[in-house]
Every structure is written in C-alpha cells, then in structure tokens.
Design a binder for this molecule. Structure first.
Ligand code: PMP
Length: 292
C-alpha cells in the first residue's frame, strides 16, 4: 500500500506517495495521539467535506491539540489532492498527529502534522455479499464509557478494540463485529453505525459513547424525508430477535444490509433497499440548478 503511484498532501506540500514517511519516534505511533477522517468522493466531489473537516479539527481538540490549518484550508487541501490524483470516485483519508520532537507521555511542544491520502476503494465489503446482507459476529470488546476515553473523537487509539474485534470476527468467517458499549447496550460495528427496522420504523442506538456518524445522520434525514419514524434510543442485545431488518452505515461501508448477527437473522427488506438507493442518489453531485 505504501508503494503506490500518485501524491500525498503532507504538511502543505505534495510528496510522491512512497515518500510520505514519518520517524519511528513519532509520538502518535507510541501513544496514539492521532485523529483522522474517512471521506468519499463521488463524481469528483467529496460528500459532506466541510462536516468531515470540522469533525477532524474537533477530534484534534478532544485530544488536546490544534491542527495548524483552518477548516477552509483543510477542505481546499482535500479538493486539490483529489484533483491531483485525478479520481472521480475515491476514498479520502486525512490524518493529523503529534510529531517526534519529544518522546514520552508528555508532548506539549510536538509539532502537529497533517497528511491527506486519496485512493480508490470501491466497496468496503464484498459486493456480492453486500446485496445478500453481510454476516456479523458479536464482539467481545465493548465501547468505553465517555469517562474512560474521548469517545466522540475519531481518534486512532479507539480503533485498537475495533481491529481486535474485526480480526476475531474474520477468523470465524464473519465480515464484521457488532460492539456493545460498557453498559452492555448495542453500540456500533467496528467502522460503521447500526440501524434496525421494526414495524416500518427505524431504531438506532443513541450515540452517547461512540461516533455519531455523518452517514448515520444522512440516513436519518433520508428516512424522515420519506416519512419513516426514526427512534434513537438505548437498544439491548436481547431485543435483536424482535427486529426484521438490520443495516450498517458509514462513509466506507455506505448502507450495507446485515443478514445475521451471531444467532439472530434479518431479511434484506424494502426499507433497507430504499435507503441504500436513497443514499446512493444523495451522495451524487447535484447538477447546479440553472436560474429559472
Ligand atoms: N463508527 C466508527 C467506529 C467508524 O469508524 C465510522 C466511520 N468513520 C462510523 C461509525 C461512521 O461514521 P461516518 O458515517 O461519519 O463515516
């Protein structure tokens, strides 16, 4: 992956892909002092770019640092990198981190770096499996209490338990894992939020200890626009058997139906399919409306 062609935006300059390197004594590598974003470009336009850049800056603040670029500058850097890479549809990965000036838990004066890499990442899950619904395991790791970790930040350290959970699921033949939170309530998957359908309504956990995904909020808007009731609430794992449909959503995963979670079974129903289509339509760049 580190030997591809193209360029990476690195601290304000474009560097050849293979040369975008950091020192092994980078604070972020030792102490997880890094925050990142995952964005998708469709038809040459990055969907909800401004929201992603704002969340990146906010995540940095939650880790106690200021990214040395404004939201507008980050937006422009993402757009310029997309143009340089020449892709219409692509995945965009900005990352900000504490550098290597000081080594130790304290890193008050370390420089904050920012890099933006863009590559083509068509489908997060196997496309054939996606339409049938993916199989999801129940993770053993739980999302931490917001008093234990800065759970609203999209911070690298919070993904340690995600990789552990995803690997454990993959070893058992599953595509992903559903994580509970520290109270034992349903939380989210390892890189996506989760929704359930019952009696025509959408149910989704209240995001009080995990990422309130930009895709999640988009799906809620799309459902409400169709007059579908959306209920954000605490969901207990014992309730999973009472739901008819399930899907997960995130920038990389988009809207992906789920056919099983451990021993629970779901159908890929009409509402899930409709929201997949609505999301697909929503992310396409809108042709600018000519003056009537
Ligand atoms: N939860 C986790 C743990 C994630 O990594 C992601 C992907 N960023 C999401 C939820 C969904 O967030 P978004 O819709 O903003 O991509």
């Amino acid at each position: 992956f580190d030997q591809r062609d193209g360029v990476i935006w690195f601290d304000g300059a474009f560097v050849p892909w293979a040369d975008a390197k950091v020192h092994v004594l980078t604070h972020a590598l030792h102490y997880a002092s890094a925050v990142f974003e995952g964005e998708r470009a469709y038809g040459g336009r990055i969907f909800k770019l401004d929201e992603h850049s704002r969340r990146l800056v906010e995540s940095g603040k939650l880790l106690g640092f200021d990214i040395p670029y404004s939201v507008a500058e980050i937006n422009r850097a993402c757009e310029e990198t997309l143009a340089r890479q020449g892709f219409q549809d692509a995945y965009v990965r900005p990352i900000a981190w504490r550098g290597s000036e000081m080594m130790g838990v304290s890193a008050q004066n370390n420089r904050i770096h920012l890099a933006i890499a863009i590559w083509q990442w068509p489908s997060y899950f196997d496309p054939a499996q996606r339409l049938k619904g993916i199989r999801v395991d129940l993770a053993e790791w739980r999302r931490p209490d917001p008093k234990t970790a800065p759970s609203r930040a999209k911070a690298t350290g919070l993904y340690m338990i995600c990789t552990l959970s995803k690997h454990a699921a993959e070893r058992k033949g599953y595509a992903d894992a559903l994580m509970l939170d520290w109270r034992g309530q349903v939380a989210e998957c390892t890189g996506a939020n989760v929704f359930f359908v019952k009696d025509g309504a959408l149910h989704t956990p209240t995001p009080d200890c995990f990422l309130d995904g930009i895709t999640r909020r988009t799906v809620i808007d799309l459902a409400r626009r169709r007059g579908v009731e959306v209920i954000e609430r605490a969901i207990q794992p014992e309730e999973l058997g009472s739901f008819e449909q399930c899907f997960i959503c995130g920038t990389a995963a988009e809207v992906t139906p789920v056919s099983e979670i451990a021993d629970w079974r779901f159908t890929v129903g009409d509402l899930t399919k409709t929201l997949m289509e609505d999301y697909h339509a929503e992310v396409q760049p809108k042709a600018s409306v000519a003056a009537a």
